[in-house]
Ligand binder design. Structure first.
Ligand SMILES: Cc1cc2nc3c(=O)[nH]c(=O)nc-3n(C[C@H](O)[C@H](O)[C@H](O)COP(=O)(O)OP(=O)(O)OC[C@H]3O[C@@H](n4cnc5c(N)ncnc54)[C@H](O)[C@@H]3O)c2cc1C
Length: 396
C-alpha cells in the first residue's frame, strides 16, 4: 500500500517523486515506468543537451484552451531551478535558455536516477500500467497495486517511441475528464512548393509569417531549414501549432518568408541596380543563399537575364519576392516526429493544485494536460512546475 503512485517516469514524474520525498521523507512513493529506464524522452531533448527551462518564462509562451494564469505563480517563480540544483543538476544560462552545465541530457537523467535512489523512491521498470480504478477510497492499479493518491505523468502522444503513447488520456477519460482535441505541435510544415527540391538543405535566418486565409496569424524571427518536402527549424516549429487544425477546417495556410528583413526594398533595388552587368541570380547571391537566388529568378522567369536588361518593375518584383517568398502548406509533421502535443486533459476539470475535480486523490502533470509551450525550454519548465504544484499539494 502506497501513499502516492506516479504513472510514468518522464520529466514530470521524476520531478514529482523527488519533490514529494524531499518535502516528506516518510511518504511511500512508487514510480511505475514501462521502459527499462527513466527519462527516455528527456534524454533526447534539446538535441541531447536538454533545454531544461527559461529565465524569461511568462504565460504568453504557453498555449491552452483553458486558463493558464492559474499556474502562473509556480511557472514564473522557477522553483524547479532550485530543485534541479538540489538534485545535483547545475544550470547555465544561454541567452535565457537553461541548460545543464554538463551539456548532456543523459547526465540529467543519471542525476535524477541517483537522487531518487538516495531518497528511497521505489521504481518499477518494464511495468506498463493498463488499468487504474478506484474502489472504496483506494486506487487500484493493474488489479494489484493499492494507493491513496495517483499522479498521471504519462506525457502526450508525441514521439511515442520514447513511451508517450497517449495512455494517460484514456485513464482520465475513464474518470470522466474532458480531453481537448490532440494535435502535433513544434513540428515541420510540409509544402507543395514547386521548387522545394532545388533548395533542399538550405538553412538561413529570416522573418517568417504564418498566413491563414490571407490573415497573418503569427510572426517569428529565426532559423529556417528546407528539407526535400518541408520547412523545419525553431521558428517553423513555433508557427506549427494549430496548423493541422486549420488544414482540417480547409483553410488556406501559407508561409511567407522575408529573406532579408534587415534591408529595405529601396536598399535592395539600389544594390541590384549597381551590378547592372551581372546576371540577376549572381547579384542576388551576394545577399541570399545562391540556391534561393536561383529559385527566386526561376519563379519570376528572369533566370539568366542581366540586370541591365530588366525593367524597373522587374527589379521591383525581385525585391518584393526576396521580402515575400510564399510557400503553400499542405500538412504538418505527425505525432511520430512532433516535439509536443497540443490539446489534452482539460484544465477546467482540475483544481489550482492539479487535483481532479472528478475524483479526489487523482492528479495529472506534464504534457498530458492541455498546456504546451513554444521552443526554448518551456515544455520542460511546465513538466517540472506542474510536478512541484502536485507534490506541494500532497505534502501540505
Ligand atoms: C525530440 C524532442 C526534443 C525536445 N526538446 C525539448 C527541450 O529541449 N526543452 C523542452 O522544454 N522540451 C523539449 N521537448 C518536450 C519535452 O520533452 C516534453 O514536453 C516533456 O518531456 C513532457 O514530460 P512528461 O513527463 O509529461 O512526459 P514524458 O517525458 O513523455 O514522460 C512520460 C513517461 O510515461 C511513461 N508511460 C507512458 N504510458 C505509460 C504506462 N501505461 N505505464 C507506465 N509508464 C508509462 C513513458 O514511458 C514516459 O517515460 C522535446 C521533445 C522532443 C520529442
Amino acid at each position: 500500500m502506497y501513499d502516492v503512485v506516479i504513472v510514468g517516469a518522464g520529466a514530470s514524474g521524476i520531478m514529482c517523486a523527488s519533490v514529494l520525498k524531499i518535502r516528506n521523507s516518510n511518504l511511500k512513493v512508487l514510480l511505475l515506468e514501462k521502459n527499462n529506464k527513466l527519462g527516455k524522452k528527456l534524454s533526447v531533448t534539446g538535441n541531447g543537451r536538454c533545454n531544461l527551462g527559461n529565465v524569461n518564462t511568462i504565460v504568453s509562451n504557453f498555449n491552452s484552451s483553458g486558463d493558464i494564469k492559474r499556474f502562473e505563480k509556480e511557472l514564473c517563480s522557477r522553483n524547479y531551478v532550485d530543485y534541479l540544483e538540489q538534485i545535483g543538476i547545475i544550470l547555465k544560462n544561454e541567452e535565457g535558455r537553461l541548460y545543464p552545465y554538463s551539456n548532456q541530457a543523459i547526465c540529467v537523467c543519471k542525476s535524477f536516477e541517483r537522487y531518487l535512489e538516495h531518497l528511497n523512491v521505489k521504481i518499477k521498470y518494464n511495468y506498463e500500467v493498463n488499468c487504474v480504478k478506484k474502489e472504496n477510497d483506494l486506487f487500484i492499479i493493474n488489479n494489484e497495486i493499492k494507493t491513496n493518491n495517483v499522479v498521471i505523468a504519462t506525457g502526450g502522444k508525441s514521439y511515442p517511441k520514447t513511451g508517450s503513447t497517449g495512455f494517460g488520456y484514456e485513464v482520465l477519460r475513464n474518470f470522466n475528464h474532458k480531453i481537448e482535441k490532440l494535435y502535433p505541435s513544434l513540428t515541420s510544415l510540409k509544402t507543395d512548393y514547386r521548387y522545394i527540391k532545388d533548395i533542399f538543405g538550405v538553412r538561413f535566418s529570416g522573418l517568417v509569417s504564418l498566413i491563414v486565409d490571407g490573415i497573418i496569424k503569427r510572426k517569428e524571427n529565426g532559423q529556417v531549414q528546407f528539407t526535400k518536402d518541408s520547412l523545419s527549424g525553431i521558428c517553423i516549429f513555433n508557427l506549427s501549432r494549430n496548423v493541422k487544425k486549420y488544414l482540417e477546417e480547409e483553410k488556406k495556410v501559407e508561409i511567407i518568408i522575408d529573406l532579408v528583413p534587415e534591408y529595405s526594398s529601396e536598399y535592395l533595388k539600389k544594390y541590384l541596380s549597381s551590378f547592372y552587368d551581372y546576371k540577376i541570380e549572381d547579384a542576388l547571391s551576394g545577399i541570399i543563399n545562391n540556391k534561393l537566388a536561383t529559385v527566386i529568378t526561376k519563379e519570376l522567369k528572369l533566370n539568366g537575364k542581366l540586370i541591365k536588361d530588366l525593367t524597373k518593375e522587374q527589379i521591383s518584383d525581385v525585391s518584393l519576392k526576396v521580402h515575400n517568398l510564399k510557400l503553400n502548406v499542405i500538412s504538418v509533421g505527425d505525432f511520430e516526429v512532433s516535439q509536443v502535443t497540443s490539446g489534452g486533459a482539460s484544465l477546467e476539470d482540475f483544481s489550482d493544485e492539479l487535483e481532479s475535480l472528478k475524483c479526489k486523490g487523482l492528479y495529472a502533470i506534464g504534457e498530458v494536460l492541455d498546456i504546451d509551450g513554444i521552443c526554448g525550454g518551456y515544455n520542460l519548465a511546465w513538466a517540472f512546475s506542474s510536478a512541484i504544484i502536485v507534490a506541494k499539494k500532497i505534502t501540505m
